[in-house]
Design a protein around this ligand. Structure first.
Ligand SMILES: Nc1ncnc2c1ncn2[C@@H]1O[C@H](COP(=O)(O)OP(=O)(O)OP(=O)(O)O)[C@@H](O)[C@H]1O
Length: 250
């Protein structure tokens, strides 16, 4: 396998007596979707927060494209291309899809803020924005205010904005949450394509989506990775079935 883009080793974080991540090892390789699953309170969010720099680990290392990033702040990690999406969102409700994505493109280019009207006339910003809107399957809603989008369309807008950051890796925290069956199908197809843009570390409770998408799955229970493998390996693992997937009919 190729060198990992993201390499987490022996990551540990405690809250008082509770060890929320307990010597976690995890890799994310180019082109893959690596799903992180586990029961409520297993430590998934705590792990993601340490990777993006919202929480400082007690011990262990995080390498991104070979470089130690675990002492950088969240903004510096984002600039290196670690894109977190979905849980925290910077969508501006009154702005159209295009305006929102143009702002993301502008932010990623490092340009300082300018008034929106000239920005929307700057093809150096609108062309990449329209490209990312098309990639996210939202071209028909380009001029629609974000507030008028459906839940699923808003997810697409968030994907377009994440793409504008030219990420080297995506960290997606429960993207399927709140999606209906039709929206879920569309989003699964979109995420499946997205892995060629940048690999995805996917935290997700929707097992249908995980099993449809993941190249590898890691199972976190009480802060420890208890298994890592392909979907078939994870489904067949007796320990995982007992501790998480819910017995014989999983
Ligand atoms: N800031 C904090 N202070 C104290 N305890 C915390 C803090 N953040 C998380 N915890 C605890 O750490 C454990 C792991 O929580 P975490 O939110 O990472 O789990 P999770 O796997 O993301 O859960 P869920 O699937 O419900 O989102 C839980 O027992 C939680 O109560």
């Amino acid at each position: 396998m190729s060198d990992p883009i993201l390499h987490v080793s022996r990551l540990r974080k405690s809250f008082g007596a509770l060890t929320a991540t307990d010597d976690v090892d995890l890799t994310l390789h180019p082109g893959e979707i690596h799903a992180l699953i586990g029961p409520n309170g297993a430590g998934k969010s705590t792990l993601i927060k340490q990777i993006v720099g919202e929480l400082r680990q007690d011990a262990g290392q995080i390498r991104f494209e070979g470089q130690r990033i675990d002492r950088l702040d969240a903004a510096a990690r984002a600039r290196l291309g670690l894109a977190r999406s979905f849980q925290v969102s910077s969508v501006i409700a009154d702005f159209t899809v295009l305006q929102n994505v143009v702002l993301a493109v502008q932010g990623a280019s490092g340009a300082s803020f300018r008034f929106l009207r000239p920005v929307l006339k700057d093809p150096a910003l609108t062309e990449p924005a329209l490209f990312h809107i098309r990639q996210a399957g939202l071209s028909e809603r380009t001029d629609t205010p974000a507030a008028a989008l459906s839940h699923g369309e808003r997810r697409k807008l968030e994907i377009a904005m994440a793409l504008a950051l030219r990420p080297r890796a995506f960290l997606l925290d429960e993207p399927m949450a709140g999606m209906g069956a039709e929206g879920a199908r569309t989003l699964v197809a979109l995420l499946s394509d997205l892995r060629t843009e940048a690999p995805i570390l996917l935290v997700e409770h929707d097992m249908d989506a995980v099993f449809a998408l993941a190249d590898r799955v890691s199972v976190l229970v009480y802060g420890r990775i208890v298994a890592t493998g392909t979907v078939d390996e994870i489904r067949a693992d007796p320990e995982v079935r007992r501790s998480y997937l819910g017995g014989d009919d999983a």
